[in-house]
Design a protein around this ligand. Sequence first.
Ligand SMILES: [Zn+2]
Length: 542
Amino acid sequence: MKEYRCGSYERLSKEDLKKFRTDESMSIEGQRLIINSYCQYNKLKIVEDYVDDGYSGGNYDRPSFKKMIQDIELGKINCVITKDLSRLGRELYKTGEFIEDYFIDKKVRYIAINDNYDSLKGDDGSISMKLTFNDYTLRDTSRKVKSSLDAKRKAGQYIGSFAKYGYQKDPNDKHHLIIDSVASIVVKRIFDMALNGNSPYYIADTLTKEKVPIPIVYKKETRGLLVTENDGYGIWKPQTIRDILTSEMYLGNMVQNTYEKIRYNSKKLRKVEHEDYIIVENTHEPIIDEDTFKKVNELLISKKKIPSKKTNKYLFSGLLFCKECGHRISILEKKNKGNNSHYTQCCLYSKKGKYGICNIHRVNYNLLEEDLVNVITNVCKSFVNEYDNNLLTKEANLILDDELLKLQKDANNITKEINKYNNAIESLYLDKVENKIDISIFDNLLAKYKDELSRAKENLERLDNQKKDLVSAIDKIDYEKCEKIVKSFLQEKKLNYKLISRLVKKVEIDNDKKVKIYFNFPELSCYVNWFFLAQYGLPKKC
Ligand SMILES: [Zn+2]
């Protein structure tokens, strides 16, 4: 008889802990007890015990789970035992993959005691249904949690773990905020400084120099991170100042739901569109009056626009790139007895050229600009005169194919999901025929699966419509836009950066001073054979 080196795996999430407070078998100890007695009875030897305490089954980013996989790879264990399937993981496809592919691949025996599953004895078909059910429970829980939180947000109740800087949680009601007498003074000062025209960068610098503790230090929210910079007071970031200056929380409005999980089983967050924020007005005392807030935010927006005007001094500023290293190429000025000339230089070379990294990429910018403008003008003229609709269709179809492929991929995944639910429903009926399942559980599960099934079908239909829209929309819009911009370019007597950058995506210069233009519209590219070659002499004495 083959000897098995078993790894026992126990997992308990925070939600499980709350939910099963009374169920001893759910605790880590309880799980271990069940596994140990099973092993004793079946004469299996446990060589390693893996515990993930406080980790959700929705993903596999768990330290002990990873260690277990590592030990499988090393051949240290060849059998995995859990109390039930859901301890291994709750997410349908990944868990199924582990059991149906990975373990089999690695010749690892897998036992889920309470689900009566042992890979040595084979699958009686119930496993996919159980996985489906576990996945459903997870999704359902996360949906329930979110909707109960949303309900609180919509009622203007604060549900964050930490109060916004400037406020503190009301000791009598943790969902209500009251003003923090110390931090609110800093907030007011930040708004005052901004009102006087100071930039977030300057404000951050001032507060840092004055050793005003940064918010997480002030509120002792460092969550195990040790802040040592600036004698432990921390360094203010301009972004923190900007966040404070733009937060409507200081107007007394509760602003929540600004971030969301990218998937129900993921830890990653993404920013929510402003229109989907949950904002409830007048839920707490304001620190800043509306007038000040409005003026400061107008100032912030106008400030942002200034630098872009400054940096685009030349027609092709910011559009030149180094072919070899991909960095920008800057335009430098050389003063020459009242006769200023300009030349280019790779930015990476400027910084690291002394270590032999990249090359100078120096060309005479004045000549280059003249040539580029000529080429672009010719391209635009050709486009207007001899534009070939067939070519457009060809280009558009390339883009279309790409998009359609992406949609098809999504559709395939949903089809897979539909099949899984169909199978789950089928085995549910089989269980019913064989009297393996209680009628109330049957009704319950059937309703749930049908619900998920119709949701998946709706999604599939939505994708189908997207496909149709795409096919009908693609051929006109881009052409019209391109034509408009080309015509405005040709009519313009004095060219500027803005006009150029609407047409040109980038200009690449290589080591041999060959130049390639990339347009924002693929329709234009066919008129330059993708690149033009030119050798540029250096400006004199440069
Ligand atoms: Zn370079």
